[in-house]
Design a protein around this ligand. Structure first.
Ligand SMILES: [Zn+2]
Ligand SMILES: [Zn+2]
Length: 319
């Protein structure tokens, strides 16, 4: 054992496991390399992460750009659609002018008051400006509306006897309608009692007139023969239904009366003069009274329809 110990002391480099350890040195180097490697990897990963992040941002930007484009295109599509709709309407109107058949005076009495043309009436959704085409006919003391020229059965049939009132509308009557269409539209008030409606037509039940319908109304109500008259002043052309003379003036309109129920209008003067100026209100509290708006192709046609229909309405004015 002593000899062995001597050997170890004598030859320390050869055998001493604690002093001479070239392997350990190598391990240290390796650790160092690995650490470097790891650091490099981490740096590379960082770079990759950064690149990815950048790419992601770019793509996100692209997406939002594309979304903007989509919105723009949608908007354009909507505009184009409006244009198409406008053109379609124009085409329809032009077509209907060709369809207007006005009878001449030479024809016999039976057909003298006959009038037919394509018109439009509001769809259920008038708020959104919807109108639908109807073929309107005055025949045999009836106002008839057909869905198509070839239809045998009218979608709506109104007896002339049941007509209360026909007149041109003003912007106050049809608030949501484009002002340029107003001169083509007329309003019919009629009693729908006992009427059979084939298709569900768009005729609105009559409500009290909107406040803006009463132009210059003083808020004073006059109950007279069942009429509920309000004092109004017309600045747009309209006639007195008692004396048939104009009852409007652009600057200083004369005081007039309009019934909130049947919409009959006349000079207030007739009332003030205690004339027997008007027949009892026929719409008084009648729930069956309905309003129908009709849009013609042209202003001329509207006037023609109003004239023809007015002639058929049982007169209420006493003149
Ligand atoms: Zn009335
Ligand atoms: Zn008058």
């Amino acid at each position: 054992a002593v000899k062995k110990l001597q050997e170890i002391v004598m030859n320390p480099l050869q055998k001493n496991p604690f002093l001479s350890n070239p392997k350990a040195g190598r391990r240290q180097d390796r650790d160092h390399n690995e650490r470097n490697h790891a650091r490099r990897l981490e740096q590379e990963m960082q770079a990759e992460r950064y690149k990815y992040k950048k790419l992601q941002n770019e793509k996100e930007e692209e997406i939002s750009q594309l979304n903007d484009d989509i919105t723009k295109l949608k908007r354009e599509l909507e505009l184009r659609r409006d244009d198409v709709e406008k053109l379609r309407k124009q085409l329809e109107l032009r077509g209907s002018i060709d369809n207007v058949s006005l009878t001449s005076e030479e024809l016999e009495d039976e057909t003298k008051d006959r009038l037919e043309s394509w018109v439009q009436i509001p769809t259920r959704n008038i708020r959104r400006g919807g109108w639908k085409r109807q073929f309107a006919v005055i025949a045999k003391n009836k106002l008839l509306l057909y869905n198509s020229e070839r239809d045998q059965q009218a979608a709506l049939s109104i007896d002339m006897e049941k007509l209360y009132h026909v007149r041109a509308v003003t912007q106050g009557d049809v608030i949501r309608v484009d002002a340029t269409l107003i001169p083509k539209i007329f309003q019919v008030l009629y009693d729908s009692e006992g009427q059979t409606v084939v298709n569900s037509m768009t005729t609105s039940s009559l409500n009290a007139p909107a406040q803006d319908q009463i132009r210059g109304g003083s808020g004073e109500n006059i109950e007279y023969k069942g009429h509920n008259f309000v004092v109004v002043a017309y600045r747009m052309p309209t006639n007195c239904e008692t004396c048939n003379r104009p009852c409007y003036h652009l600057i200083s309109p004369p005081p007039c009366l309009e019934c909130t129920r049947c919409h009959v209008r006349c000079h207030k003067q007739h009332y003030d003069d205690k004339e027997e100026f008007i027949q009892p209100c026929r719409v008084n509290d009648k729930l069956s009274v309905k309003e129908l708006l009709v849009m013609c192709s042209t202003e001329g046609e509207q006037k023609l329809w109003i004239t023809k229909l007015s002639r058929k309405i049982p007169r209420r004015g006493i003149s």
